[in-house]
Design a protein around this ligand. Sequence first.
Ligand SMILES: N=CN[C@@H](CCC(=O)O)C(=O)O
Ligand SMILES: [Zn+2]
Length: 413
Amino acid sequence: MKLLFKNIKELLQVRETYIDFLSGKEMNILPSIKNAFLLVENGVISDYGEMKNCPKIKVKTIDAKGKIILPAWCDSHSHIVYAGNRENEFVDRIKGLTYAEIAAKGGGILNSAKKLQETSETELYNQSKKRLEEVILLGTGAIEIKSGYGLTKDAELKMLRVIQKLKENYPLEIKATFLGAHAVPKEYKNNKSGFLQMLIDEILPIIEKENLADFIDVFCEEGYFSVEDTQLILETGRKHGLVGKIHVNQFNAIGGIQKGIENNALSVDHLEEMRNEDILDLKNTKTIPVALPSCSYFLGIPYTPARKMIDNGLPLALATDYNPGSTPSGNMNFVVSIACIKMKMTPEEAINAATINGAYAMNLQHKTGSITKGKLANLILTKEINSYNFIPYSFGNHCIEKVFLKGKEIKKI
Ligand SMILES: N=CN[C@@H](CCC(=O)O)C(=O)O
Ligand SMILES: [Zn+2]
């Protein structure tokens, strides 16, 4: 099966060779070809170039005159498998309660966990697939999904099985993360170490046996899990074949970033509170920082200091954090916009952060995230627009005309 796009106004994020991620000044370079063609064969990018070199073949052809093509978004941090919503807490916050105060009175993650425990696997799948379908149509072609709203053996495994089923049934790339250490449930209120031991003894062996996760995550934060707990989780996860990721520096900087680096974590995520040493220690490591600006927007907390981080030579990925508490939105177009508007990233930096760097944060950089021969044809075809600057400029909206995953157009699912 071949598909040819011709007369593309601009083909973005063209990388001839496979790269891991972009850092510092490199992030401001977004290679492109104007007046281009792109050929897809069997779901994979097989050729591209200037229109003057467009192959003269009789295959299904799409005329992309006036339109831009870029790789589909790579959302490396989401919690889209959840039950119910928390709009009541949203109203409580409007009335003045903080995220921490809501959590302290039984809301927050524990509230979502209670709902999820009471929801059947089928119902959880049905609720979650709607959100997945919604983000695919918003241009997401690869996504990481976390557990962490179960907090019991059965409910955590239920979440991971739902993620596995989504993986089987949808054409985008999905990576699963075990986030058992997301919050301490009531039953273990005064026995956090007992809870951690339960995750380790009862859940991790099953995850390994049934191949239910790729990564392991922990919420390293005051009132949640300490730096020592983080060490235990990352180290034990590794023994079960899981690569580390951390929720860290969201409200307090307590040294979790350094723990992540020491344990070769693939990514450190949130980073709203960054000390100078956190930035310096991340330099020249393989651990990519991930910013979640929709979360800052929704909670009214500081934005990750992207400018300072990139100016200091760091890489940065952007992701949604789609979840019922801090970010009820999975719109990567909005993420790219507010990264530019609020974090002063250039459109080039933001697009790089939401494609190739996002792919790296899921270990998918050799499969997706750029226009490279041999990579999946996961593509966004925009409406007619003047330049790619319009993508972040048109905030709260999006300029997507069509989404293609593995070379197939996604019609309303
Ligand atoms: N910060 C920790 N976990 C989620 C939010 C959890 C919730 O409030 O339900 C996050 O990444 O923002
Ligand atoms: Zn999160």
